[in-house]
Ligand binder design. Structure first.
Ligand SMILES: [Zn+2]
Length: 401
């Protein structure tokens, strides 16, 4: 049985212990000590990290009465080892976990909402509360009350209660275990049966912030941050908001409205651009048909986008009985756009293998419109010539028309 030093003192950062067992777990060396300050993963709180006799502690977990420390390398030599906790990580967990106790009780107070589950994640923690919905005003009430409890700097005490006295403790939830239970009390505010590590006072939790919520099963799940995480989140969000408002030349409070306005303007501009492109494609198509006699229009484009070229191709085949073989040399890729009038007895899909044997790409389409996107190849003219050669075999009479 491993003695749990973290129960006696959650602020123990270094301790000495004696190796009692050397094991292999999950393919890695592991040890059991006579006593440990490393918290093993349980109750929604992840395990501690740090060093044990100089080796890195990767994971700590309970195995019956023993606590197993998974190490990054084998420990040889003496059984007496000194261990050092990754204190930043542990204190962060204490802030999140203690904040959870406070928040859970606030949900009971404000909305009669019971905690269904808690998870302390790497980035955010989540609380699942047994309520079906919540208004913005109620959410603010819960959050405000939680931070009030922080500002009151209440003591957080831990003590054991024998089974016969459990009835006298106003526990938020009935205990899961029988026998003597460990009670964590946020002085006069919340009483929980809990085996985790907690701050000494609520002031140490720092800011408690709910950042988002969503529906899960029939409950609501809240994502929240406490202490150092909330500060980092505030820092990041402030920086992002400042960047956005500076780019839009507005005050931060007007940023959302300014973004909305910019989106609307961009939408209008796109519509207008589309109309102009359509009109331009119509003019260019008429002009192309007038200028170029014969059944085929063939060209490699470098200045137009694939979208513009496709629009032009569609206009040409709508206005005249022509086949169009266009290639577009883009900045990143080559595009092939083939189109023909519905009156022509052609199936342009047959051109896909003709192109594919010369480029690396993918594409397809119908009998009158084919699009292919390809990695940039050396020679677009040659590919169009090959496609033209193929079409000529299908339309022997058209060349003279
Ligand atoms: Zn707890």
């Amino acid at each position: 049985m491993t003695k749990k030093l973290y129960f006696e003192d959650a602020y123990l950062k270094e301790f000495d212990g004696r190796i009692q067992e050397r094991l292999v777990r999950e393919g890695r060396p592991a040890v059991v000590l006579d006593q440990t300050g490393f918290y093993p993963e349980s109750g929604g709180q992840p395990s501690d990290r740090g060093t044990l006799g100089g080796a890195g502690v990767l994971h700590v977990f309970e195995d019956g009465e023993r606590i197993v420390h998974l190490l990054d390398r084998e420990l040889s030599g003496t059984d007496d080892v000194r261990s050092v906790l990754d204190w930043d990580r542990r204190f962060d967990h204490m802030q999140q976990h203690s904040g959870q106790h406070v928040l859970s009780q606030c949900f009971v107070e404000v909305l009669d909402g019971e905690t269904q589950s808690f998870h302390l994640g790497d980035q955010v923690s989540t609380l699942e509360i047994g309520i079906g919905e919540i208004s913005d005003a109620d959410l603010e009430k819960v959050e405000s009350r939680a931070n009030e409890v922080v500002f009151e700097d209440r003591e957080i005490r831990t003590y054991s209660v024998p089974p016969e006295s459990i009835g006298s403790v106003p526990l938020r939830r009935p205990p899961k275990k029988e026998g003597t239970i460990r009670v964590v009390e946020v002085s006069g505010f919340d009483f929980s049966a809990c085996g985790g590590t907690h701050c000494r006072r609520t002031g140490e939790i720092g800011l408690i912030k709910i950042i988002r919520w969503d529906k899960i099963r029939n409950n609501l799940r809240f994502e929240f941050l406490c202490g150092g995480r909330a500060r980092q989140d505030y820092r990041d969000k402030n920086r992002t908001l400042l960047e956005i408002s500076q780019k839009l030349s507005v005050h931060e409070r007007e940023a959302a409205a300014a973004v909305e306005k910019t989106i609307q303007e961009a939408r209008q501009s796109r519509k207008r651009l589309r109309r102009l492109q359509e009109a331009l494609a119509g003019f260019e198509a008429s002009e192309t048909i007038e200028r170029e006699a014969g059944w085929l229009v063939k060209r490699v484009w470098t200045e137009k986008t694939a979208e513009e070229v496709k629009l032009l191709a569609l206009h040409i085949v709508r206005l005249a009985e022509r086949a169009v073989l266009f290639a577009v040399r883009g900045a990143e890729r080559d595009h092939f756009i083939f189109a023909c009038s519905e009156k022509m007895p052609l199936n342009l899909r047959e051109l896909v293998p003709v192109v594919m044997e010369r480029v690396k790409g993918k594409g397809g389409g119908g009998s009158t419109l084919v699009e292919i996107v390809a990695e940039k190849g050396p020679e677009l003219e040659g590919i169009l010539a090959a496609a033209e050669g193929y079409l000529k075999t299908k339309l022997p009479g058209l060349e003279r028309k």
